[in-house]
Write a protein that binds this ligand. Sequence first.
Ligand code: AMP
Ligand code: MG
Length: 412
Amino acid sequence: MLLTFEQAKKNIFEVATEVATNNHKPLMEKVALLDGLDRITAEPVISPINVPSFNNSAMDGYALRLSDINQSRLLPLAGVIYAGDDISSLNWPKGSCLRIMTGAPVPNEASAVVMQEETEQTESGIKFLQQIKPASNIRYIGEDAKQGAVIVEKGTRLTIPTLSSLATLGIAELTVYQKLKVAIFSTGNELTEIGSRLANNSAIYDSNRFTLKLLLSKLNCEIIDLGIIVDDPSKIKQTLEIASKQADLVISSGGVSVGDADYTKMALAELGKVNFWKIAIKPGKPFAFGNIGNALFCGLPGNPVSSLVTFYQLVQPLILALSGQNLTEAELSFKVKTATNLKKSIGRLDFQRGVLQISTNGELEVVSTGQQGSHLTQSFNHANCFILLEKDRGNVTKGEWVTVEPFNTLLK
Ligand code: AMP
Ligand code: MG
C-alpha cells in the first residue's frame, strides 16, 4: 500500500511536533543581531523602547500652532530645529513658526508640520498657502513600536526586514534556538567523492550528499558528514548507530527501494522504527521515515531529482518544525494554465518542474522544463516552480488549469 502525500506529511508533522515538544525541545542560545539571519526566535522579542521615541517631523517644513493661524496665514520665523537637536530648553514665542527638518524633534505645543512645498517665504515671515490638517506630518511617539509590545513572536524565522526592524529598537542580541544537528551519509558502491576521479566505468559522483550539504546550510543546520557508505548491511547499521548518537536528525540517500542492495530500510527496522517507506508521489516513491532512539531518520531515494524533491516537500518542513519554527504559513500555491502538454500517469501525485512565466499577452502561464525523469537533474535547472498534478489525473493538455507551487528561498 502506498501512502498518500498528505498522509506522509501528516505523519511527519505529528512526529516532529511530538519530538519538539516532549522528547528533546530545541535548546536556546544568544546570538548577535548580525548573526540572526534565518535563525528562529526562542523567545518573543519585546520592544525595550518606543519607536519613534519622540514626536518628530516627517518633512522638511515649518512647525506651527494652528491657533496662531489667522486671516493673513503668515507667521514670522522664530528659529530652526535640526535632526538630533535637544529642544528641552527651546523658547518658541506664541504667534511664530519654526523651521524644522525631517526627523527633528517636534515641540509638544506644535499642532502640525507644514511641508516646505506648501509655503512661501516672504520678507515678514512664512506664508501658509493651503488648508492645514491638525497633526499632519508629525510622526508620533510609539507609532511604529510601543515599549513593551511583542514585536516578533517566538518560533519566527528571522528575515532581513525583521532584523532591520529590531535594529530600530536598538536590540543587539537575540535568544534563538540552537542549530539542529543533522548527520548525513550516502549509500552506494557506485559513488565517488566529487573532486576525485571516477573509480571505474560504472562509478558516478555522489551529488546527493553535496546537494544535501547546501540545503542543510541554507536551513541553518549543523552538519555531521559521515561520507559515502558501501552497500553492506552491517556498515549501514553501524553508520546509522553512530549518526543517531550524535544528531537530532539523520538523513541518508539511496538504498531505500526494493533492489537487492537496498539495505537502509532493513537496518533502520533493526535499530529503530520505520514509519513508512512508500509514498504515492513522483518522483520519490521510496522514502523512509522513522527513528533510532531520540534521532529521527529520513531515507531519501538515490535518484538526484527524487532526493531533492522529497527533501523539499517532506524534509524541509520537518527540519523547520524540529528547529522550533511555527509553521503557520502554508507554501504558496495557485492555479494557472499550462502552455505545454504534460505527460502524467494516474496513481501518484506528480511534482513536475516548471517555469512560471508571462505569456505574450501578459498572462501568467506555466511551461514544463521538459523530460521529467528522476535521474534528469537538468529538469530542475531552469525551473522556478513545482507543477502539482493530482494523483488521479492523467495526461494534461496545453490550456488546462494546473496547480503550481513557486519555489521558496531554499531553491533560490
Ligand atoms: P538507489 O536508491 O540506491 O537504488 O539509487 C537509485 C539511483 O540513484 C541509482 O541510479 C544510483 O546510482 C543513484 N544514486 C544513488 N545515490 C546517489 C548519490 N548519492 N548521488 C547521485 N546519484 C545517486
Ligand atoms: Mg543504491
